[in-house]
Design a protein around this ligand. Structure first.
Ligand code: TXA
Ligand code: MG
Length: 369
């Protein structure tokens, strides 16, 4: 008898949402679209179901899960309300950015949240996604949903239902709700909020992962909200990414992360004398910087001909997955726009760091000439 595949893709409908809610209640995995990437969801109040996420993704338990909510009110039940100053700012930022690509990491209410979701840190990441299907699932199930990106650990994050299917159909049981392509295309910004009254600037804000909300925009919001002089805001830098065996300040910030199953390199300069086998290469260009190599390489795609960072963000993961499946392709070159462009060139410049972060990780920061 032919073996039935356990992973299915279902087109979004009210009936499918009802079925998915039931599955979540039974401790099963449901993948769903958000505006950033697809999430691999489980009931966040059920430790066994969350365990299944780690197992299916082959993800280390040291990497905490984001919990998705349908409202600010729901999120407030999941955090530790005794840290009042943190809660005040949390509410204000949620007011500005939710629903949307901002995950805030705060002390968890461990009476509800299983500690394994927090990777035993006691801190939980909370986010309300800006996507009708995700919100429908959250409201219908009335459950907070723990969901990392729906890819195998270390692989490229999914922006289409078929990406999720390709990663999980062989060995997992996942009910995938198809909502088409994700509109933004890379993950949310992860912001850790802490407060230390001993400090002259008591709010300590750290961007653990760059994403849909830029540092520049956050800073502007903090100023507008009247926090001038009361906060320190900083971002984890690429150079701080370390080997997977080391203890991490920002769990999950591994260097090799979001990478295609094919050797990938940053590319900044073409030299006539280059010995690179361009005939075996996929080139992911930006702003037509290496248009002259189009006929030399085997496959060529420009992430944004106009050099628009947001347009490139919209397609980067899909194109990385495309690159790894091209016949006879041996390696990928990704244009290092960062190195080539001056400081204020390119549309959507405030999103440049987030895009660069993803191509830096996809290539593990490796350069090639
Ligand atoms: O856009 C997104 O954030 C997507 C969609 C599905 O919402 N989710 C996502 O989850 O990207 P994930 O697990 O693939 O990445 C979340 C990262 C973790 O790897 C970790 O670095 C950080 O966010 N994170 C989450 N919770 C944290 C916590 N409690 N403390 C520190 N870092 C945390
Ligand atoms: Mg991920």
């Amino acid at each position: 008898m032919e073996e039935q595949t356990k992973t299915v893709i279902k087109q979004y409908s009210k009936e499918v949402i009802a079925e998915a809610s039931e599955l979540l209640k039974q401790g099963k995995l449901v993948a769903f679209p958000t505006e950033t990437v697809y999430g691999l969801g489980a009931n966040a109040l059920d430790a066994d179901a969350c365990q299944l996420i780690f197992k299916s993704k082959e993800r280390p338990l040291t990497d905490p899960l984001i919990v998705h909510v349908h409202s600010l009110e729901q999120s407030l039940t999941l955090l530790d309300q005794s840290y009042q100053e943190v809660v005040v700012l949390f509410k204000q930022l949620a007011g500005r950015y939710w629903p949307g690509p901002l995950t805030m990491v705060v002390k968890a209410n461990l009476e509800l949240i299983p500690n394994m979701i927090t990777a035993e840190t006691g801190f939980v990441g909370l986010r309300m996604p800006n996507h009708e299907i995700a919100l429908d699932l959250l409201r219908t199930s009335q459950l907070p949903i723990a969901a990392p990106s729906a890819n195998k650990f270390g692989h490229v994050s999914p922006t289409k239902a078929e990406h999720v299917y390709n990663d999980f159909y062989k060995d997992s049981e996942v009910f995938i709700i198809d909502g088409g392509q994700c509109s933004f295309g890379i993950e949310s910004t992860v912001l850790k909020i802490s407060y230390d009254q001993e400090q002259s600037s008591p709010y300590k804000l750290k961007i653990l992962r760059r994403g849909g909300v830029s540092e520049q925009h956050l800073r502007q919001s903090l100023e507008e909200l009247g926090y001038s002089g009361q906060y320190v805001l900083e971002s984890v830098q690429n150079k701080h990414y370390v080997e997977e065996t080391e203890n991490l300040e920002a769990p999950g910030q591994f260097l090799r992360h979001y990478s295609p199953d094919i050797d990938s390199y940053l590319f900044s300069q073409y030299k006539e004398a280059s010995t690179l086998e361009f005939g075996e290469c996929v080139m992911l260009d930006f702003g037509q910087l290496f248009l002259s190599l189009r006929d030399k390489v085997k496959y060529y795609h420009d992430l944004s001909q106009e050099g628009d960072y947001v347009e490139a963000i919209n397609v980067i993961y899909d194109k990385l997955r495309w690159a790894e499946t091209q016949k006879d392709a041996k390696f990928v070159l990704i244009t290092n726009f960062y190195e080539i462009y001056g400081n204020d060139k390119g549309k959507g410049i405030e999103h440049r760091e987030a895009l660069f972060d993803r191509i830096f990780r996809a290539t593990s920061g490796k350069q090639i000439l």
